[in-house]
Each structure stands twice: as C-alpha cells, then as structure tokens.
Design a protein around this ligand. Structure first.
Ligand SMILES: NC(=O)c1ccc[n+]([C@@H]2O[C@H](COP(=O)([O-])OP(=O)(O)OC[C@H]3O[C@@H](n4cnc5c(N)ncnc54)[C@H](O)[C@@H]3O)[C@@H](O)[C@H]2O)c1
Ligand SMILES: [Zn+2]
Length: 380
C-alpha cells in the first residue's frame, strides 16, 4: 500500500447522504478554512466531551477563531448515557442561551456519542442547522461520522429517536488517534476489520500482515481512507438504509444483543462486534456459505488485535442475548435479518437462518474467561 501523507479530499460535496469529506494527518488546524471552502458561515458551536476537550478542544476553537467563526465550546460528560433526551435538552438550552441562529454551524468534535448527539441536535434545532463532523476516534472516523445517521437513545432502546442529517463537512485527522487509549483504539479497529471482511479481501490480507501499532501514520491514514471510501460508496447507493447499507451491520446482530444483555459499557461496541462477527461467520459456515478456514482466519485476526472472540457467560446469559437480539430494531416482522459472509469481501443479507442455529451459535460463543485463555493458547 502506498503511503499518503497529504490532505486528501475524498468527496467534494453533494453526494446523497454525505457532504464534503477531507482526510489527512494533522489537519485539525484547517477546519475553519475547510468550512469556508464548503460555504459555511455564521458562528461555530463546538460540542465535545470532556476527554476530547482535553485532547484537542483548544486547537479546534483556535482554528475556528482564525477563520472568523467566533466559536463557543461545550464539553458534555460523555458516554452512552449522555446520548439521551436529557443530553439533547441540555444542548438545545445551551444553543438557545448562546442565541445560535439558523445560519450557524454545530461542530461535533469527538467519538460516536458526540457525533450522534450533536448531529441529532443540529438536525432539529431551529428545524436544522449545518453540521460539521470532526471524528476523533477510529470508530467515528471509519463509521459514525460518515453517512448522515444521527440519533439519541430512549430508556426503551438505543437509537430509537433520530434523523438523517448529513454533515456538510466531515474532517478526519488521523493524528488525533494518537491520544486514544489502547482499548478504545482496538475496539474501533474491529470496524476496520469488519469493512475488510464485508467488502475488501486485499485489505483483509493487509490487516493480517500488519497490526495498526506496527503501521506508519501514512499506512494508517491509507487504511482509514479505504474504509471511509467503502462507507461513502454504500451510503451513496443507499442513503437511507433500505438495502445494501445494511451490510455494514455484519456482526452487529449478536453484538447489539450482547451489548444490551451485558449492560452497555461492559463490552465496548467494537469488542461486541468482534464476538458478533465470529458468530456471523460460524452461522455462514454452518449454512455452507463459507468453509471453516474463513472462520479461523477471522478469529485469528481478531485475537491478534487483542479483541475478544467469546463472551463471558457470567456477564451475559444466552437467553438474554437472544431476547435482546429479537428486540433490536433491525429485525423486521419478528424475523431477524442476518448479514452473512459468502467469502472474504463478499456479504449477503439472509433471513434463512433457523432460530435453532442462531441459538446454538450464540450458546457456543459463551466461554469463561479462563477457558478462553486456554483456547487462545491452544490456537496459536
Ligand atoms: N451514526 C452512525 O452511523 C453510527 C455508527 C456507529 C456507531 N454509532 C454510535 O456511536 C456510539 C459509540 O461511539 P464511540 O464508541 O466512539 O463512543 P464515545 O463517543 O463515547 O467514544 C469512546 C471514548 O473515546 C474517547 N475519545 C474519542 N476521541 C478521543 C481521542 N482522540 N483521544 C482520547 N479519547 C478519545 C471519548 O472521550 C470516549 O471516552 C454509539 O452510541 C453508537 O450508536 C453511530
Ligand atoms: Zn458498529
């Protein structure tokens, strides 16, 4: 893979479901100029969380100030619990108190929680103000900041209230990833591996050869850009998730069930997705779509990236996971639509999975942590 270190403009503007998109190494300083370039004006209201504020809040505000956006910044507590009606209400009050106007801009600076919450507030405040996404972790850079989905959670479930509100600009600065705690980084990397399994066999092979910590920044930028390109392509084909965009949910059926059953935060999202991808591969294998070799390769790459491939039954019970999977809004007419692999880089939506098979596979993914350690050892 060739290294790219300059700012790359991946998308000029105007694609359904997504505004302009730039990616680079150390480009946060240019955010104000880039916003001017896509025609934004008014004031900039930066929404971030406390941790991210400490990493790059000042730099973002300075860059916006230099470009004349007269920025104001609010740092929310962060975490999934703040992606709520109460969290949105706080931001509406802040914007109203600041006298934010229709022509102003909300800048979401942070991970998926900040992006979804600030994005939803931007979609609804004054019937919609412009949104700029500046994703600061791997998950947000390759996934949540691209494609216009915004949402908040209700006590009854995740992402139950939301809107499609594409960012006028998404600015991805891979330099910001340096500040990420390792576990957060690895969790986001699960989505990178997911992208490779769904769409891109050569990328999967590249990821098998090189772990992110052994990559140069140029290589890292290339991998992130490649995932973003795939996401852009699928969003363009299916901006409102009626069809092929659902393929991005590979591994997410079990992951959502596991996250809900274990309690949010027990497994980070990407960790749950890692376990869910193993389950989806096993189901695909049992249906004769792929051979065991593929299941082993997927497990192998996840283990090498320190991601879990089994869940601890002391943390989540099989029946609870299955019940939560059934409640997930991605199931239609009580039938779960599985995303299945038909080989590296090729995926399909299938509703032919017998419930008994799903049950068996989910049960088989349960493993006490000590047993898991032994399994890891015997596997290598
Ligand atoms: N809209 C979409 O298309 C979409 C897609 C996937 C996920 N999501 C949503 O994303 C949310 C999860 O996002 P998340 O995992 O990013 O959670 P998050 O936003 O809470 O971020 C995780 C942690 O990373 C920290 N962090 C972020 N950038 C950092 C940096 N540069 N340095 C140090 N720490 C940093 C945050 O402070 C936080 O503690 C979920 O609510 C999910 O529903 C949305
Ligand atoms: Zn995900």
């Amino acid at each position: 893979m060739t290294a790219t270190t300059e700012t790359a403009l991946l998308l000029e503007a105007g694609s359904p479901g997504q505004g302009a998109l730039v990616i680079g190494d150390g480009i946060l300083d240019t955010v104000g100029e880039q916003m001017r370039r896509v025609g934004l004006g008014g004031r900039a209201f930066v929404v971030t969380d406390r941790r991210v504020a400490g990493v790059c809040g000042d730099a973002a505000v300075a860059a916006l100030d230099r470009a004349g956006f007269r920025p104001a910044l609010v740092a929310i507590e962060g975490g999934e619990r703040t992606k709520s009606l109460a969290g949105a209400a706080e931001l509406y009050s802040w914007l109203a108190g600041q006298r934010a106007e229709r022509r102003d801009v909300v800048v979401a600076l942070g991970g998926g929680v900040v992006g979804d919450l600030a994005g939803f507030v931007a979609a609804t405040y004054l019937r919609g103000v412009a949104l700029v996404q500046v994703p600061t972790n791997v998950l947000a850079q390759v996934d949540s900041s691209v494609g216009g989905k915004t949402a908040i959670d209700l006590p009854q479930g995740k992402n139950l209230v939301g809107a499609f509100h594409p960012a006028r600009l998404t600015l991805i600065d891979v330099a910001l990833l340096d500040a990420l705690p390792r576990r957060e980084f690895q969790s986001g990397w699960a989505e990178v591996i997911k992208t490779a399994i769904i769409f891109d066999a050569p990328l999967f092979e590249e990821l098998e050869r090189t772990r992110p910590q052994d990559m140069t920044r140029g290589q890292l930028l290339d991998v992130i850009a490649r995932c973003v390109r795939w996401k852009l392509k699928i969003v363009k084909e299916d901006p409102t998730e009626q069809g092929p965009r659902r393929l991005l949910n590979f591994g997410h059926t079990i992951a959502h069930g596991l996250e809900a059953a274990a309690g949010y935060g027990t497994y980070l999202h990407g960790e749950a997705v890692a376990i869910g991808m193993v389950g989806a591969c096993q189901i695909s294998q049992r249906l004769g779509l792929v051979d065991q070799g593929l299941v082993d390769r997927v497990e192998g790459i996840l283990r090498r990236n320190d991601l879990p491939v089994r869940y601890d039954p002391a943390v989540a019970g099989v029946e609870d996971i299955l019940e939560a999977m059934g409640k997930d809004k991605k199931s239609e007419n009580a039938r779960i639509r599985w995303i299945l692999t038909t080989g590296l880089g090729s995926t399909k939506i299938g509703d032919e999975v017998p419930p008994e098979l799903a049950h068996e596979v989910v049960a088989g993914l349960a493993q006490q942590s000590t047993a898991q350690t032994e399994a890891v050892e015997s596997h290598v």
